[in-house]
Design a protein around this ligand. Sequence first.
Ligand code: G3I
Length: 358
Amino acid sequence: MGQSFTPGSAPDQPLAQIAQGRGYTYGCAVTARLIAEEPDFAALVAREAGLLVPEYEAKFDTLQPEQGRFDTGPLDALLRWAEHFRKPLRGHALIWHNALPDWVPPVLAESRARAQGVMEAHFDHVLAHTRERIRDWDVVNEPIANPPGSDVPEPPGNSGDLRDSPWLRALGPDYVAIALRAARQRDRTLRLTLNDYGVEADSPPAEEKRRRLLRLLRSLRDRNVALDAVGIQGHLQMREAFSPAIFSAFVKDIRALGLQVLITELDVREVKPPVGDFVARDSAVAQRVHAFASAAFEGGARTLLTWGISDRWSWLHREQTVALDPGDVHRGLPYDWELNRKQMWRALARAFLGQGVG
Ligand code: G3I
């Protein structure tokens, strides 16, 4: 029997517990620095999240800053903290066009063999080091080219479905399959995930990006390339339209390929300048989040992570290209600057419970 409560409310339990009670998983991105330096933030994550993902400690530039020199210190600190609280931690991300140290692109450009060697040496070290503790990796992050009309459209000249990247230039379009096979060869029980964004909205660019991602997934399936799951990042933008029916159908299309679907980086970017007072803004964000999460769950997603948990430490505040004017922050995460729950928290709780937005 589902818990019943008055509209607009939600049981006063951690999201992890609410989600787990209905067969879902809720988690969030964390950084080793915040966990070490902000005890209130750490306590909040320990209470609310059932799954963790490092915001950048498991990326190439952090793990292998120089060729052959690995630095797993920040990731190990997060793994120790996660282990203390008995929380799993997912890996993000082995291969990406961003967060590459300066040494990588020129070495990849030397030859196909050198590029394959760099990928395999990275996987050898990282997958062996984390084998007992990370059982789910974003093996390739953001492989799909942004269509015309996107926020950051692919530069002219790139005609394919795949985004231009040092990996594509070195290994060709097959680099995605090469990476997935390399990960599977090193750990047969690892859950291999492809992670991407810009496929959530009801817009022509998002529709085209959904088509491109599905073409890649079907191609990988037709070639029996190892892949277990798709991560849909969920960096929602209030300026974009959203259709629950379109999005849940997309999730079902992915599930129909035999793949699990995770929402991996949910947060909400408001319009600039935001409209209304905090109550109005939080209500609008909560309604979008409830519609999105409910559509994802209806489509078959069972795991949802937010990209952080408090507006105060969101990349939306740090990243100057998306930040609001000084003195204001996007209200796109479940907790506000002072670590108070917001309507978005209740929206997520009610979505996990299968309740209306209230
Ligand atoms: O911690 C170091 C600090 O010691 C150093 O002094 C400083 C100098 O630049 O860098 C700090 O590291 C920064 C790190 O965030 C922690 O703040 C890196 O420079 C910076 O590049 C890194 O940005 C991250 C970005 O990915 C690139 O890795 C953001 O935190 C993170 O939120 C963002 O997350 C991405 C996902 O991985 C993929 N999806 C989109 C999402 C948002 O862009």
